[in-house]
Design a binder for this molecule. Structure first.
Ligand code: GLC
Length: 563
């Protein structure tokens, strides 16, 4: 293998992505606004902070950003508890800050995807407050799922459903006259009442929300809990109940998710998006068995959905190969490319996930006693990323993964904000939401000028800060930049040529052919010598670890130019 002077071939200028179905092979960078960059020093990230760092994202080489919710919200679930879908929470700025952010992103050639949360609102939403005040049987109550309880005096919940954040999915209200009253449904936190999608007024409300953000220039929506919304008739007891967002055993989805009626909502929304210029899109977050996902996708439904199978695949040739083949086959069947994702704001960061034995069973977040092998984790995470970025379809990155940030395990309990932690004491998802380090030698590592940070940043974030990695050969940041620019230049996200798995490779090595590029992943803990011939002699485009000629180190991925 010969190493080429890559940087010479890379362009720093953003090449404009053709508008036509840009989302098919886009690389989308997830911004978690609370933790990206704080412009006003209050310790909480904000929209002007995002705008200020857009050139960084353009230079990183992504095509689009997706922002987790920045709408008005009491922040009981990090903003996924929305009290006004058409305004910006003052913690994050104002509507004009949102306009400015979208405008600046477009100037830089970046698309903007915003989050929409249609399964539930915040209990502080004015319509929920009106529902509480109006009483049983009123049209106001009918906007949400209010039901009489069971038992002689309605003292038992209407059914046995449990909340994704643990505990019952029902809360009983006190009526205006002070008596115990109806129960309302909340598949998530008590503060997140489910909308009643049987009610046409709920449909109308969300059509307006879509138009509101499309009018402001949003290029698409990430649909939260996209398999929720529609509940089975009569609200029967569940035979399977979920505990935790992603802990859904294969084929066992709780009865309140993945009901066919939800597909009608996407049929209703699609023409709204299509009526706008410029290829607006929807990507769905649905933790359901992957064979169900194609039902949600199509010219009259959603454009794409997250494929979480790759994220869940254990490190190893067979598991990763299956996690590539299956979604590709399903995507072919619906004529829409798949997506790839390794990290997001709900899962343990992949730099830490891979630091455990492949059969490690993850709970919700990492506890203090679950100590990953940090070096191994980062090593494999970089290798997994390079594999992911070589695959056809869209790739979704989570802020900070380009720095190799680990999951933070030692956040003091009293500072944790995840409702699952509050409700059930599990570590929860705060460990992947710690504010980003931008500058090694600055207060709060440059996240905020005052040194405030809503979650404490660990020491190790200093050496992983953007300025500590920028221009440093072999750093995780430079590896991402190189790979993203090459992916664009070589069109690796496009379906051309498909994915061909190579045979006759040394044991434990996964080989993928992507047109002129061959990708080799050594999943073993020892270096392998490549057989003499074209592979051993090929030009190295990028590698996840330093290479010795003719060998592939342990837990390492390399892209080779073979044609
Ligand atoms: C989605 C979000 C998650 C949130 C939940 C409830 O799964 O990704 O962060 O807690 O929905 O809205």
């Amino acid at each position: 293998m010969t190493t080429s002077p890559l940087t010479a071939r890379l362009t720093t200028e953003q090449e404009s992505t053709p508008d036509r179905q840009w989302w098919r092979d886009a690389v989308v960078y997830q911004v978690y606004p609370r933790s990206f960059a704080d412009s006003n020093g209050d310790g909480m990230g904000d929209l002007p902070g995002v705008t200020a760092h857009l050139p960084y994202l353009r230079d990183l080489g992504v095509d689009a950003i997706w922002l987790s919710p920045f709408y008005t919200s009491p922040q009981r679930d990090g903003g996924y508890d929305v009290s006004d879908y058409s305004d910006v929470d003052p913690r994050f700025g104002s509507l004009s800050d949102a306009d400015e952010m979208i405008g600046r992103a477009h100037e830089l050639g970046l698309k903007v995807i915003v989050d929409i949360v249609p399964n539930h609102s915040s209990d502080q939403h004015e319509l929920f407050q009106q529902a509480l005040a109006a009483g049983p049987g009123s049209p106001e109550r009918d906007m949400y799922v209010f039901v009489e309880g069971k038992g002689e005096n309605g003292e038992l919940p209407p059914n046995n459903w449990t909340s994704i954040f643990h505990g019952p999915a029902w809360t009983r209200v006190t009526e205006a006259d002070g008596t115990p009253g109806q129960w309302y449904l909340h598949i998530f936190d008590t503060s997140q009442p489910d909308w009643n999608w049987e009610n046409p007024r709920v449909h109308e409300l969300f059509r307006d929300v879509l138009r509101f953000w499309l009018d402001r220039g949003a290029d698409g929506f990430r649909v939260d809990v996209a398999h929720g919304m529609v509940k089975p008739e009569g609200l029967p007891d569940a035979t399977v109940n979920a505990q935790g967002l992603i802990d859904i055993p294969e084929g066992e989805v709780p009865i309140y998710f993945d009901n066919d009626g939800v597909l009608e909502i996407y049929r209703e929304w699609r023409p709204i998006l299509d009526a706008y210029e410029g290829d607006r899109m929807m990507v769905l977050e649905a933790w359901i068995p992957e064979q169900r996902l194609p039902l949600y996708i199509g010219d009259d439904k959603a454009h794409q959905s997250f494929n979480f199978g790759f994220l869940q695949a254990r490190w190893g040739v067979q598991t990763m190969r299956a996690a590539i083949e299956k979604p590709l086959a399903l995507a072919d069947a619906v004529g829409s490319p798949t997506t790839w994702v390794l990290s997001n704001h709900d899962v343990v960061r992949h730099a830490s996930r891979y630091g455990f034995a492949p059969d490690h069973v993850f709970g919700e977040g990492l506890s203090r006693d679950e100590v990953p092998d940090a070096e191994l984790g980062l090593h494999r995470a970089r290798a997994a990323t390079l594999l992911m970025l070589s695959l056809p379809g869209a790739a979704y990155l989570y802020q900070g993964e380009e720095l190799g940030l680990p999951e933070v395990r030692d956040i003091p309990d009293e500072l944790r904000e995840d409702p699952a932690h509050r409700r059930a004491g599990v570590p929860g998802r705060d460990g992947c939401r710690v504010p980003l380090p931008w500058v090694q030698d600055a207060p709060a590592f440059g996240f905020s000028a005052t040194g405030r940070s809503w979650l404490p940043q660990p020491e190790v974030f200093g050496e992983l800060a953007v300025d500590a990695q920028e221009g440093v050969a072999g750093s995780t940041l430079e590896m991402y930049r190189t790979a993203l620019h090459l992916r664009r230049e070589l069109g690796l996200g496009r379906p051309d040529g498909g994915v061909r798995f190579l045979r006759d490779l040394p044991g434990g090595v996964l080989g993928v052919s992507r047109g002129e590029v061959t990708v080799l992943v050594n999943t073993t803990d020892a270096a392998v010598v490549l057989p003499p011939g074209p592979l051993a002699a090929a030009e190295v485009l990028v590698a996840s670890a330093p290479l010795e000629p003719g060998t592939l180190p342990a837990d390492t991925t390399v892209w080779l130019r073979t044609a």
